[in-house]
Design a protein around this ligand. Structure first.
Ligand SMILES: NC(=O)c1ccc[n+]([C@@H]2O[C@H](COP(=O)([O-])OP(=O)(O)OC[C@H]3O[C@@H](n4cnc5c(N)ncnc54)[C@H](O)[C@@H]3O)[C@@H](O)[C@H]2O)c1
Length: 386
């Protein structure tokens, strides 16, 4: 992710010239010598250090990206806020709600702009789906199915990296993929108000990391491979709240990055899948010759698309989402309009994930407050912006 953040800063002057921002890659920190060499020789950083504090203390640094493993996010996020540096931080911001709230408190106290690596928000087709919800084109939202299925941990022979250990990762697929899906649901539909969840770990042991004393030993996987949640959105003020069924897996064989949602309303439905991220399936009529889903291609009608591609049928990709995220981060950090995610979105997502763990343990529904300052959608029954 350090490479991707760096690439995104570099591309900003080309793709968002009107911002007038020309980022300099001043200094990169990595404890690994290979990471430092790569930052200097390939990414083109002016200097490299092994201690992230040297980045935060450097007066030439205006903003920072935090792309270290999860266990360091809260520590570095709080230190960045205290150093007065706006920060773009990868998800999950903390290993649980407490760490995430501590980062939010530090950022609020310092008044620094924040952006979270919730990149799927920026997909032009997703932004368009959100607008359809907001405009009331789908009518009253009744239910949603969301699924983030990856196969990146499906091989039981793959070693036990930091991702599978509670002390370094916190939760498993909840923090890794479900956090993205929860944020996407908040962004497109609105805050989740209550949750009932179940989780499971199926590949329970993995070999220790090569080159460490644990190499060759089978060690326990400490967090969940799969999670499923039934959720009710916090829109009951407008009648029965919309319901959702959300799932995440890191061990699915077959799906590669099957990150998908299908939203149903009284007047229409939309369907999106990251594996075909430039398309949005839209159904806006229940009668006539065009009944059923129509496949809409991303085009200049969708936000941001024409920055990257000339016309529909040519495809944007995952890396481009990070450029949009960088543009939103640096716009907010330089005093412009804040249109991206912020630290309160991370708190809102972390609360849902923590409630899911609690519910999986107790078998009970868990109810949540709406997080002030988060950028969840504000639809009403009529679809007007509240
Ligand atoms: N938004 C997304 O779509 C997305 C995708 C992948 C990963 N991520 C998140 O990005 C983060 C990093 O993931 P990754 O896959 O790039 O991990 P990675 O293990 O490939 O890279 C982490 C880097 O941090 C370095 N590091 C470790 N300790 C450090 C320290 N004390 N100071 C400075 N550097 C240190 C490591 O040497 C390594 O180069 C994770 O939090 C992950 O959840 C987000």
């Amino acid at each position: 992710m350090g490479r991707l953040h760096s690439r995104s800063y570099r591309l900003l002057p080309l793709l968002y010239p009107e911002l007038g921002i020309e980022p300099r890659l001043v200094v990169a920190a990595d404890v690994a010598a290979a990471g430092r060499d790569y930052a200097k020789d390939v990414l083109g950083y002016e200097s490299v250090v092994s201690d992230y504090r040297d980045v935060l203390n450097d007066p030439a640094v205006d903003v920072v990206s935090i792309c270290a493993p999860n266990s360091l996010h809260a520590e570095i996020g709080i230190a960045a806020a205290q150093a007065g540096k706006p920060f773009w931080i990868e998800k999950p911001v903390g290993r649980g709600v407490e760490e995430t709230e501590a980062v939010a408190a530090a950022a609020d106290a310092a008044g620094v702009a924040t952006t979270i690596g919730f990149n799927y928000r920026h997909v032009p087709a997703v932004q368009h789906a959100r607008q359809l919800v907001l405009d009331g084109a789908l009518g009253r939202i009744t239910n949603v199915r969301g699924r983030f299925f990856g196969g990146f941990s499906s091989n039981p022979e793959d070693p036990l990296t930091w991702r599978f250990v509670r002390a370094t990762s916190g939760s498993g697929v909840l923090g890794d993929l479900m956090g993205h899906l929860v944020d996407l649901m908040h962004y497109v539909l609105g805050p989740i108000g209550s949750i009932s969840a179940a989780t499971g770990t199926y590949l329970t042991e993995r070999p220790g990391l090569p080159g460490t004393p644990d190499a060759g030993k089978l060690l326990p996987v400490e967090n969940e491979d799969y999670a499923t949640m039934l959720v009710r959105f916090d829109d009951s003020a407008y009648g029965a709240g919309a319901l959702g069924n959300l799932e995440a897996s890191r061990i699915a064989v077959g799906p590669r990055s099957e990150y998908t949602f299908e939203i149903f309303g009284t007047e229409g439905s939309v369907k999106w899948d990251f594996e075909r991220l430039n398309e949005l399936e839209v159904a806006l009529t229940r009668t006539g010759p065009h009944v059923g889903y129509t496949r809409a291609f991303a085009d200049g009608y969708f936000p941001d698309y024409s920055r990257f591609q000339p016309s529909s049928g040519t495809s944007m990709g995952y890396d481009d989402l990070k450029v949009i995220e960088a543009a939103k981060f640096l716009t907010a950090a330089t005093g412009g309009e804040a249109t991206g995610s912020n630290i309160h979105d991370a708190v809102a997502s972390a609360r849902v994930l923590s409630a899911a763990e609690q519910s999986a343990e107790s078998g009970e529904w868990v109810t949540l407050p709406v997080e002030p300052g988060a950028t969840a959608n504000t639809r009403t029954t009529e679809g007007a912006n509240a």
